[in-house]
Design a protein around this ligand. Structure first.
Ligand code: BTN
Length: 332
């Protein structure tokens, strides 16, 4: 997908914001800082990206068609006015955005950057699982950086990112999105998204960080493979209508970038502790957890200082799980 330029993005933003209404030639020319004739030239390349415009004398231009799949121009337009976002690498299809980001980091590509794709052919989840990644319905992206932070600071990283993303998306859509420890975005007992953080470094320091997130946006229940049908959800199912994929992409990118900025700037422990209780989808629920080949059943009882999940077993014993797989054993 092609690189974007801010002037064309500003034109597109004005037309997208008008939601099919007309924007006057004068107003659009103001966005380009140039002549009215410039507007037509600027809009032309967007035709090959799936945008269609109509011009009516004395009224101006309006958008009659926009791409429904992920599009660099539309995302850039929705991001306009946000604080500076690192490079966005848009791909129409890739094996896995995490794998592509790792390859770029290995080639000394300038970081930070985002890799965003319309579909993944080998999307990966935790524990070697597959991440279902069909085209044009959901979001799949990875953020890559070279942070040089102490290993112990990374412990809360994925939970922190998830907490901020759950909060930001929830505020945007006016719903309560939660987190299921350790890395799932959750809504009413169903998985809305998953996160996969991968790092490289030495014993002390993390030198490469890749944060991948898959967010189900417009997937419908009937579109899921049978094994996921009962356990997954999407933003569309939550709010009852489909979303503009590029608008959602911009919100997600903004949220990831802002959360990472706070992480990079210093301690996230306090802000994380403030956010977490309101988002914890497991607290007080009966769960079954597996860690290191052992199975534990009990009540999820929050996190300890290191970000481990505390499980209160039937005998009243408290067990801290630092990694593993958790299933709810009762429904709300
Ligand atoms: C999980 O819930 O197990 C984590 C899922 C992470 C999926 C995302 S999609 C973008 C990035 N690329 C991948 O291959 N995986 C992550």
């Amino acid at each position: 997908m092609s690189a974007t330029d801010p002037t064309t993005s500003a034109l597109l933003k004005a037309l997208l914001t008008a939601q099919g209404g007309y924007v006057s030639d004068g107003e659009l020319a103001r966005q380009t800082g140039g002549a009215r004739e410039d507007v037509r030239c600027r809009l032309e390349p967007l035709q090959s990206e799936g945008f269609r415009f109509e011009r009516v004398a004395n009224r101006g231009y309006r958008l009659t068609q926009k791409p429904t799949s992920l599009n660099a121009w539309a995302t850039a337009a929705f991001l306009l006015g946000q604080e500076e976002i690192p490079e966005l690498i848009f791909l129409s299809s890739i094996d896995s955005t995490n794998d592509h980001a790792a390859r770029l980091l290995a080639q000394n590509y300038d970081a930070p950057f985002f890799v965003v794709t319309n579909e993944q052919t080998k999307g990966r989840g935790r524990m070697g699982r597959k991440w279902h990644s069909p085209p044009s319905r959901n979001l799949y992206l990875s953020f890559a950086s070279r942070p040089r932070v102490k290993q112990d600071r990374i412990r809360h990283f994925t939970l922190w990112m998830g907490a901020r993303i759950a909060r930001d998306l929830g505020q945007w859509l006016g719903v309560n999105i939660g987190l299921k420890w350790p890395n799932d975005l959750y809504y009413e007992g169903r998985k809305l998204g998953g996160m996969l953080t991968e790092t490289r470094g030495d014993a002390d320091t993390v030198r490469q960080l890749i944060f991948g997130i898959g967010l189900n946006v417009n997937q419908r229940r009937k579109d899921w493979p049978a094994e996921l049908g009962d356990s997954a959800t999407s933003l569309r199912e939550i709010i009852g209508q489909s979303l503009d994929l590029n608008r959602a992409n911009a919100r997600l990118i903004e949220s990831v970038w802002s959360a990472y900025g706070h992480f990079a700037a210093g301690s996230i422990r306090r802000p994380f502790e403030d956010l977490w209780p309101g988002l914890d989808a497991l607290r007080g629920r009966s769960i079954r957890a597996e860690m290191g080949g052992e199975v534990y059943s009990g009540i999820a009882s929050g996190l300890d200082d290191g970000g481990s999940l505390i499980v209160k077993t039937g005998s009243g014993k408290l067990i801290a799980l630092h990694a593993g797989n958790v299933r709810l054993t009762t429904t709300v």
